[in-house]
Design a protein. Structure first.
Length: 512
């Protein structure tokens, strides 16, 4: 055993600047020759994920080291790494791993994680290597809080890695106070309840100084009221006491809106319901856990028409969109979104016609179709301009449309894949995507599917029913020939218009 705990302390002080480079184990013992270090053949020392980490006791710290086979490797606190049998690593020796549970006694403050590598001979003492990324172990006795900032802060369930990103929990208002209990790379992990964490991009949170008050409060009474008869909304106002984080969803059968407020404890002793309500049928709450307060809003119509959640001061306001009284195109504002545009060309098939051109043509034709029926139309873009998805959503927040259809062209790595598909995120909006699907399929396109839970930005809004139409596949030659044909584009626009009409008609029927 060549472990010198006292000397290690002085080493750790140096670690903050160490990259994946050896650090002399101690100036007091025989210094390591370069060949001694080289003989360890350390290729990398990294955490999994290989990013800056903030951990708290109880979290897992996963570490991997690639080096010569047969070494003795441990974490800074002597917790050993195991060398994987070659069969478990594509036949290669020398991969050392550990999954360590952080203990309350562990202390690391923004350090390149020290790993001790020992060649097991007595020639040299162990050598310390550091990860390239830094690790901090948080002290639960000193919780860190921050406030959400930016135009549209959002939370993810996990650290998704595919092209759609992490699955979204939902958006938050600004200045919502969140407790940070970890960090992975560019995301903070926030504590919603004792059993529910989420992730939020670092730039969307402004850290608060040393915390003076906890992230919990007592709720108070509710006021539930609506606009006048011609207005579009009902409002549920819940006095929460501070701007606590929340999540929400819409349910069907029965149709309702559910909002969970984290850190809120009920002291709601009454709720006042006004006669101006048009869409809200009933309200109630449940304390579903000691730190989760649930707001339940039952709706009058089987088809929910959307909602938004935000704060006015420290009161949580759920604005419930009423189902339009007259479900006819001429009474509605329809938003049409032509996918991509400008520098974002979208996909391309063999002919080289970019998706952005096809979507814009279909969107313009759809606008004409709808305007012929006297609908008001809001376009996210009407020319070949660059517009990212969050700009589109902000624009739609302003426009407050009654419904949104986003138009795209699909693509697959396999040329034989073809057909049309429609997408929704929120189950309450599935009927719109189904009605669109039924009508678009009449163009004799193959069935690719009606796809739910879709983590696409333009399917995320909860304020109005929305659906995405992936018209057909540019990567399939037969589909592509149709997509670039002006007659097909006109037919597609017409069928989308019929799909909207079908949704309205079916909703009217479901009213009774
Ligand atoms: Zn697209």
């Amino acid at each position: 055993m060549k472990y010198f705990p006292l000397l290690l302390l002085s080493l750790l002080a140096h670690m903050a600047t160490a990259q994946t480079q050896p650090v002399k184990s101690t100036p007091a013992t025989k210094s390591i020759t370069q060949s001694g270090v080289d003989s360890l053949q350390v290729e990398y020392v990294q955490t999994q994920p290989n990013e800056e980490l903030w951990l708290q006791p109880g979290d897992r710290l996963n570490v991997q080291v690639k080096a010569k086979t047969g070494l003795k490797i441990s974490l800074w606190n002597q917790h050993p790494l195991q060398e994987l049998p070659a069969e478990q690593n594509k036949g290669e020796k020398g991969l050392y791993v550990c999954s360590y549970i952080v203990q309350p006694s562990d202390k690391l403050n923004n350090l390149n994680l020290p790993v001790l590598v020992d060649d097991t001979t007595d020639l040299y003492p162990y050598t310390v290597f550091g990860t390239k990324t830094k690790v901090t172990i948080l002290n639960p006795a000193q919780p860190i809080y921050g406030f959400t900032q930016g135009k549209m802060p959002y939370m993810n369930y996990g650290l998704g890695a595919d092209r759609l990103g992490g699955a979204k929990v939902g958006y938050l208002d600004s200045l919502v106070r969140v407790q940070i209990n970890g960090k992975v790379g560019r995301d903070y992990r926030i504590k919603l309840s004792n059993t529910f964490n989420a992730y939020i991009p670092v730039q969307q949170v402004k850290l608060e100084g040393p915390s003076t008050y906890p992230g919990e409060s007592l709720t108070s009474s509710w006021s539930v009221s609506g606009d006048d008869a011609n207005g579009k909304y009902d409002y549920v106002r819940v006095a929460v006491g501070q701007r606590l984080p929340y999540t929400s969803y819409m349910d069907v059968n029965p149709s309702r809106i559910v909002v969970d407020v984290y850190g809120a404890v009920s002291n709601t002793n009454w709720m006042t319901l006004h006669r101006s309500l048009r869409e809200v049928r009933n309200v109630q709450y449940q304390q579903i856990a000691s730190d989760v307060y649930r707001v339940i809003i039952d709706l009058k119509h089987p088809q929910p028409w959307g909602y938004s959640v935000g704060y006015q001061g420290t009161s949580l306001v759920i604005r419930v969109k009423r189902q339009p009284e007259k479900l006819k195109l001429k009474h509605l504002t329809i938003a049409v979104d032509a996918g991509h545009g400008g520098t974002n060309v979208g996909t391309k098939g063999k002919t080289g016609v970019p998706e952005k051109e096809i979507t814009l043509k279909i969107a313009q034709l759809l606008k004409k179709e709808l305007e012929k029926r006297k609908a008001r139309v809001v376009m996210t873009r009407e020319a070949d301009v660059t517009l990212d998805n969050s700009e589109r959503i902000l624009l739609l927040k302003q426009a407050q449309p009654d419904l949104l259809v986003s138009i795209h062209v699909n693509s697959s790595g396999r040329a034989e894949v073809q057909g049309t598909s429609t997408y929704y995120r929120h189950v309450a909006f599935r009927p719109l995507s189904q009605a669109l699907y039924e009508e678009v399929l009449k163009l004799d396109l193959k069935e690719f599917g009606n796809i739910g839970g879709f983590n696409f930005a333009l399917n995320a809004p909860t304020e109005y029913p929305n659906a995405l139409v992936e018209t057909a596949f540019a990567s399939n030659p037969e589909d592509e020939q149709r997509l670039i044909n002006p007659r097909f584009q006109a037919e597609m626009a017409k069928q989308i218009r019929k799909g909207i009409k079908r949704f309205l008609k079916e909703t009217r029927k479901r009213k009774s």
